[in-house]
Design a protein. Structure first.
Length: 171
């Protein structure tokens, strides 16, 4: 297993179907329940564990998941309401070391609960040609709404696997 990509790299079908979107939204919908099962009872020692040498801690991962999901949600809304908007990236490494990442993980889990509810509601609205709408990321180029929905799901699953590895749990 590649510890850096324990669930594999993101793969988005060329032709995204309603079933693909439903699968991704189902994963997003159940995510915080599954995340809570893993992180709710952790102490500081567990929250400071890493999944590989030099990686972020479990605490940083939980906060990063929330940060990234907020950014991807905003990009989704922009793509659905504007013609090919240009979006900025953010320095994930620098964000991981800001003081809000020392807060209890509960703050980010609660944020994800509400955010994922909104992502699912918005995702259920996206149909047909809306999946082909795009935004342009300043460094990654043009990204379709379908790709963004896939990444919203994959990103959470990817980092949940990292957390499970750090804690010595089965994937």
């Amino acid at each position: 297993m590649d510890v850096k990509f324990p669930i594999g790299q993101l793969h988005v079908p060329e032709q995204v179907t309603g079933e693909d979107v439903d699968k991704w939204l189902g994963e997003i919908n159940s995510y915080t329940t599954r995340l809570r099962e893993v992180v709710d009872s952790l102490d500081d020692e567990d929250l400071n564990k890493t999944y590989r040498e030099g990686s972020w801690t479990v605490r940083q991962l939980v906060h990063h998941i929330a940060d990234s999901q907020v950014a991807m949600y905003q990009r989704l809304k922009l793509a659905l309401t504007e013609y090919n908007p240009v979006v900025k990236g953010f320095d994930q490494e620098k964000w991981a070391y800001l003081p809000d990442n020392r807060l209890p993980v509960e703050s980010s889990v609660r944020l994800l609960e509400g955010l994922n509810e909104r992502i699912v509601a918005l995702g259920n609205y996206v149909k047909g040609t809306q999946l082909e709408r795009v935004f342009t990321h300043e460094t990654d180029g043009e990204i379709r709404v379908a790709e963004n929905l896939a990444k919203l799901s994959w990103h959470e699953e990817h980092h949940l696997a990292h957390i499970r590895i750090a804690l010595g749990l089965e994937l």
